[in-house]
Design a protein around this ligand. Sequence first.
Ligand SMILES: C[S@@+](CC[C@H](N)C(=O)[O-])C[C@H]1O[C@@H](n2cnc3c(N)ncnc32)[C@H](O)[C@@H]1O
Length: 243
Amino acid sequence: MSNFEESRWADKDFSQGYRDDADIILPFRVQFIEISISLYEHFISQNPQAKVMDLGCGDGLFIQELTKSSKPLKITLVDGSAEMLAAAKRRLSGQDGTCFIKASFQQLLANDLLDENFDFIYSSLAMHHLTFDEKKKVYAYIYEHLIPDGWFIHYDVALPPSDNLEKWYLSLWRKWIKRHSSKERQEQLLTVPDQYKDNPDNVPDTLGSQLKILKDVGFINVDCFYKYGLFSLFGGSKQGRER
Ligand SMILES: C[S@@+](CC[C@H](N)C(=O)[O-])C[C@H]1O[C@@H](n2cnc3c(N)ncnc32)[C@H](O)[C@@H]1O
């Protein structure tokens, strides 16, 4: 299994760079988050005892947005990077019922640090470094850590099913960056899609194969909820108790 400490995310400057530029380089990030929150509000928010986890939480933006409209009982944020967790703590300072765990996915699988199950598990843009077999193990781990009727929502880049589609999706991504970056930053930020493509640490799988893993692991209601080019939001729920 790949090692988090050897990845670019363990580098302080790289993680700061992502936090600085995320809104410019991630197409429709606001909408991806809005749809995720809408799903939470529809299926989970009526439960005042709900427990939520964000895996690969980065600087905690998703949890900050979610808690503007909903108040889960407990929120667990997990990330392999100390800098990201520190940024999340700053962003969420003062929020009750919030717990932070520094752990890579690899560490979670090797030595389960979570002694509870969740109503809602969210992850964004953190798992495309995992190989197909690693993703299978992480999806199974997530399934185990959901309560019956709990939901897993995953927002990430996926491998397009053909080279033609990939070329189009990369050009869509460049157009987004061009429209949203300042003149001074444009040249630099326009290299992001090619850097993503050329980085051997990025091993995305197709959306179709990831939906299949979710079904194989036992998830129901498996679907893609939102998509733009390479970026997809998908997931499913755990079988309920009555079945
Ligand atoms: C692109 S950032 C996304 C952060 C946040 N989820 C967001 O959407 O802004 C990827 C995050 O995943 C974390 N990460 C990457 N690989 C990881 C791993 N193997 N285990 C745990 N965290 C990981 C990084 O430290 C980083 O915070």
